[in-house]
Design a protein around this ligand. Structure first.
Ligand SMILES: *C/C=C(C)/C=C/C=C(C)/C=C/C1=C(C)CCCC1(C)C
Length: 263
């Protein structure tokens, strides 16, 4: 934890020093500002700002919903807040160096993906009694998925077996929300609005989330150069997070508001 923090601070310091040093020459500084032709850099800015605005929105809208829905909005706001801060850093690294290792994203994922999973538990818990097993199965699936992917991307394990482990974790999550206990509670006890939200959310976890393993596959399993393919993939990952973090939160906000008005 402190290792990560201190290397974060160190990298930030190196980056700022580089920025200061190079800005002493008008020509060199042109390398370290965002260029209008840098679409990846622009996508980093857009998503950063969208995440900040979403955070403010979810936290403020918390006032409008009934007590049992407030935690869901808090968690949505935390997801976008954590991602915003993380994106500021990735954006700076991108502008300074023209690359951002995908492995950096795992620091964000390790916190935001479990929080997104908790949202399934929370929206069911707002309307029914949900056994703790649902929560734990979603957590275990998430951890297996991310640890598998990390071991492969960071080079601690061969890329293919690590990918298989990650895919198994994701499959476990999909099983829980499409066929397992979470899905049954939703089908038998949830009101219509909650069922629609639950259904949209699980399609995001299926289709929106598929972008990341596809990115892993292209980067590590097709023989492409991971550094080169990462450039194009960054833009895809940045757009994916609009769906997977912001739209996901908006679905929860929407059901929380409608269900609160009913009461
Ligand atoms: C906000 C960030 C999100 C929703 C990130 C999600 C990341 C994944 C769904 C990653 C999935 C992966 C696999 C299914 C296989 C192994 C490699 C991963 C970790 C990229």
């Amino acid at each position: 934890m402190f290792g990560v923090l201190s290397s974060f601070v160190r990298k930030k310091t190196v980056g700022l020093t580089a920025l200061l040093l190079s800005s002493t020459s008008a020509f060199a500084s042109a390398d370290v500002v965002l260029k209008s032709s840098d679409f990846v850099g622009i996508s980093f800015w857009l998503i950063s700002m969208a995440l900040v605005a979403s955070t403010a929105f979810f936290f403020l809208e918390r006032d409008r919903v009934a007590g049992k829905w407030k935690t869901s909005l808090t968690v949505s706001g935390l997801v976008t807040l954590i991602a915003a801060v993380h994106y500021f850093y990735m954006r700076d690294v991108w502008v300074l160096t023209g690359s951002t290792p995908t492995v950096y994203r795992y620091i964000d994922w390790l916190i935001t993906v479990p929080l997104l999973m908790i949202e399934f538990y929370l929206i069911l818990a707002a309307i029914a009694k949900v056994p703790n097993g649902v929560f734990w199965r979603l957590m275990i699936g998430t951890l297996v998925m991310l640890v598998g992917g990390y071991l492969g991307e960071a080079g601690y394990m061969a890329a293919f077996p690590a990918f298989v482990i990650g895919m198994l974790g994701w499959a476990y999550i999909l099983w829980e929300i499409f066929g397992g206990e979470a899905s049954k509670i939703n089908a038998t006890q949830a009101p219509q609005n909650v069922q629609s939200a639950f259904s949209l959310m699980r399609w995001i976890v299926t289709i929106g989330w598929a972008i990341y393993p596809i990115g892993y596959f292209i980067g590590y399993l097709t023989g492409a150069d991971p550094i080169e393919s990462m450039k194009g993939l960054n833009i895809v990952y940045n757009l994916a997070d609009v769906l997977n973090k912001i739209a996901f939160g908006v679905i929860i906000w929407s059901v929380a508001v409608t269900e609160s008005q009913k009461a």
